[in-house]
Design a protein around this ligand. Structure first.
Ligand code: NAP
Length: 157
């Protein structure tokens, strides 16, 4: 199963330069809880961003897949060059954790979406790509402070 997880504000903002535009401890806790010990897939920009947060500590995932087109590889990650083949053929449960480019490329393969709606607007420069949410049905929704934690499942044809 391919799951995607992200947080976005009312304008679908997700990033500021190469970091998150906000600090919501409850969303960080939710992200950590959902992805802990899972296999995750990310682009190299997100990998480098996370490394900035974790510095000397290992990333908290069971397996890290990092997609990039050039041949840069990282000691704690499996390099994915052919993203489409990987997403089409993998039998693992994968969480796609960003960023914008990798979300956009992974959306057609996603079975589940974990979206945190930040009920505010923030400043930044990276937005989630527009897509058709009507292909998914809402299966869970929880409001906490200024955040809505929503889970969607793809509607099977
Ligand atoms: N709000 C959230 O939940 C959230 C979560 C994660 C990230 N973010 C934000 O998202 C932003 C980063 O997004 P981004 O789009 O710049 O970076 P990204 O998606 O993390 O990584 C982009 C990289 O993917 C590689 N790539 C592109 N097409 C590919 C393909 N077809 N196959 C394999 N690899 C491919 C390219 O690597 P090369 O060019 O090096 O080959 C490209 O640099 C940051 O601001 C971050 O804070 C937000």
């Amino acid at each position: 199963m391919i799951s995607m997880i992200w947080a976005m504000d009312e304008n679908w903002l997700i990033g500021k330069d190469n970091v998150l535009p906000w600090h919501y401890p409850k969303d960080l806790a939710y992200f950590k809880n959902m992805t802990k010990d899972k296999a995750v897939l990310m682009g190299d920009m997100t990998y480098l961003s996370l490394k900035g947060y974790y510095k000397t500590k290992p990333l908290p995932f069971r397996k890290n897949y990092v997609a990039n087109i050039n041949d840069a590889s990282y000691p704690d990650a499996i390099h994915i060059k052919d993203l489409f083949s990987f997403l089409k053929t993998t039998e693992e449960d994968i969480f796609v954790i960003g960023g914008k480019t990798i979300y956009q490329l992974s959306l057609p393969f996603a079975d589940r979406l974990y979206i945190t709606y930040v009920l505010k607007t923030h400043e930044g420069n990276v937005y989630f790509p527009s897509f058709d949410l009507s292909q998914f049905k809402l299966i869970e929704k929880r409001l906490e402070d200024q955040l809505i934690f929503a889970v969607y499942e793809r509607i099977s044809e």
